[in-house]
Ligand binder design. Sequence first.
Ligand code: DC
Length: 196
Amino acid sequence: MIFTVAIDGPAAAGKGTISRAVAGRFGFRHLDTGLLYRAVGVKGGDPAQSARHLTPEDLDRDDLRTLEAGQAASRVAVLPEVRAALVDFQRRFARADGGAVLDGRDIGTVICPEAEVKLYVTASPEVRAHRRWLEIGGDESRVLAEVKERDARDMGRADAPLRPAEDAVLIDTSAMGIDDAVAAAVAVVAARLAGT
Ligand code: DC
């Protein structure tokens, strides 16, 4: 069965948790596409070359989840050559047999416009920054500034900017616990699988 769940949205909106839960619930494979850009961002050197020659070890580094790696990812993600180098891998993953969940910024709009389910998961910048701050600590106002800076770059770039696909289902998690957000996502996928 070919069945793709595309989950897009800004940083720290809950995409990762929702994606893992949906994949687990339906037995689909999961790809966190942000990790690809993070790996390119921290690898250094020419970003387009790095993107063309990413290895499994690059994706296994333990420094990919830091704020700095997120900013580095967002900076290399504006480069069309970097994005182009990562397209085929993501498309193959999305359309391979067995069902797949991909989370990122452009999955429903560019990577897999034919996805059977498209979700756009968002929350206010303040709520997202607070969640990220609870995870990593430090200065909350700096975390908020970083969240806003990354949003502006991801939404403002010319190539594959972050925006909801026209046919995406919006899930705003600002005032929602993660269990309710997961339940909302699971319900959309279950309805589509049931053909409703
Ligand atoms: O989801 P994340 O925070 O790990 O993503 C890090 C950065 O990578 C994000 O700020 C923009 C970029 N990115 C992208 O441009 N397209 C994707 N599909 C995923 C991530």
